[in-house]
Design a protein around this ligand. Structure first.
Ligand SMILES: Cc1cc2nc3c(=O)[nH]c(=O)nc-3n(C[C@H](O)[C@H](O)[C@H](O)COP(=O)(O)OP(=O)(O)OC[C@H]3O[C@@H](n4cnc5c(N)ncnc54)[C@H](O)[C@@H]3O)c2cc1C
Length: 377
């Protein structure tokens, strides 16, 4: 098949079908646009990413008409115990949902209307600027659209092809570790979720969150040592000794516990793409800006991007018949979107400083936080 034979012309091309790309494809197709979405995985694989849906994220999924099907795979969390140094501080009533990221994405993909064409493949080249945006797949086929949405997550190198640069805000900002947790006595844990602060900064642990996912208890540790630090190796190779050392007092709170199966590590680089306004082309989700998982804001950012882009900007652009650089710049500068992006960056850096910074400001902040914890605030 020649490249010309394989040419597909669509309203919207979306590269990447993680949450950002899949949700955008669904919303735009429901608006009657023809959409081609391209991804190398027929089913989104079980990768370590967001594993909890916060209330604001559930509300966004609901407003995008995506929540009901996602909910089918969730485990409801109705109470979080906040604890520090082996002691419960308070219990917070909440409605959160524990769910693996691949289940979130696959449940959104399962809602693709028929105007969505899913193409299995990896995009290796993109062009935009002179005429309609074009993408070329590794198999040589070519798609052309009126609008190109890049939703390639953290991995994508495609923006570089258009001269779009990644501005690294903080390389190796943090580490995240995900694993299943069990009680050594074989009993079930008697809580939905725990957010635990160790009360010491010596080991550079921000906090650990435990929460129900399916029939099991999941743990995510957020920490601020470099990826190659000996602590990473110790945690991966000898969790039975590393966990009690890194999380002192947790066993007093939840009983004797052990990691079940493999601990998955993830190194977080914090970045934002810069000078990325291009006619007919837009970046969303992690392709535009990464997030520190400890802030719990990744899905909020992705879904806000999708909402603002697909419900406000794309309908206007399609009606106008053209998408200028200034139109795309207006999307990145949109008040709600840019405020959330800025807040996510700010909280990511503040989370790191709250553990590592030695300035007077942060020493005072820590004292204030310790006082608040001690008084149950
Ligand atoms: C360890 C970890 C824990 C996290 N925890 C939380 C949390 O608790 N709460 C929260 O809100 N957020 C969390 N996040 C952030 C959240 O998971 C991300 O912000 C979100 O998943 C980003 O979605 P996305 O669609 O932009 O990218 P992705 O889901 O990464 O999707 C990118 C897609 O692009 C595809 N792709 C890439 N290159 C190409 C190509 N060349 N051609 C075709 N397709 C391509 C990939 O296959 C993939 O399907 C966490 C992130 C990490 C790393």
């Amino acid at each position: 098949m020649s490249a010309e034979q394989a040419l597909v012309k669509r309203d919207v091309l979306i590269v990447g079908a993680g949450l950002a790309g899949s949700a955008a494809a669904t919303v735009l197709a429901r608006r009657g646009l023809s959409v081609t979405v391209i991804d190398p995985y027929a089913e989104f694989p079980p990768l370590f990413r967001a594993e909890k849906i916060e209330p604001d994220q559930a509300a966004l999924l609901q407003s995008l008409g995506l929540l009901d099907k996602v909910k089918q795979k969730t485990r409801i969390i109705s109470e979080i115990i906040h604890a520090r140094a082996g002691r419960t501080l308070r219990r917070r009533q909440i409605e959160q949902f524990g769910i693996s990221y691949c289940d979130i994405v696959n449940q959104v993909r399962a809602q693709f209307p028929e105007q969505v064409e899913f193409r299995l493949g990896r995009v290796k080249k993109i062009t935009s600027g002179e005429s309609r945006p074009r993408v070329e797949l590794a198999d040589g086929s070519v798609c052309v659209g009126r609008l190109l949405i890049l939703a390639t997550g953290m991995s994508g190198r495609l923006p570089e092809q258009l001269g779009i640069e990644k501005r690294m805000v903080k390389e190796e900002l943090s580490m995240a570790f995900g694993f299943m947790l069990e009680r050594t006595d074989g009993q079930a844990f008697p809580f939905d979720a725990v957010t635990y602060y160790t009360g010491t900064l010596a080991d550079k642990v921000g906090y650990v969150t435990l929460f129900r996912m399916g029939n099991a208890m999941r743990a995510n540790i957020y920490a601020y040592w470099p990826a190659k630090d000996a602590t990473t190796k110790e945690l991966l190779r000898e969790p039975a000794t590393a966990l009690p050392r890194l999380l002192p007092g947790l066993d007093q709170l939840i009983g004797s516990y052990a990691a079940q199966g493999k601990i998955e590590p993830f190194k977080i680089d914090l970045y934002r793409m810069q000078q990325c306004a291009r006619a007919d082309m837009v970046l969303i989700g992690d392709a535009y800006q990464s997030v520190c998982p400890s802030t719990g804001m990744g899905l909020s950012k992705v879904l806000t991007d999708v909402d603002v882009l697909c419900n406000e900007f794309v309908p206007r652009w399609m009606a106008a018949g053209s998408i200028a650089t200034s139109d795309v710049a207006a999307f990145y500068a949109h008040e709600r979107k840019s405020a959330l992006d800025d807040r996510a960056l700010h909280l990511a850096l503040a989370g790191r400083d709250s553990v590592l910074a030695t300035s007077l400001h942060w020493r005072v902040q820590r004292l204030v936080r310790a006082w608040r914890f001690a008084h149950g605030e």
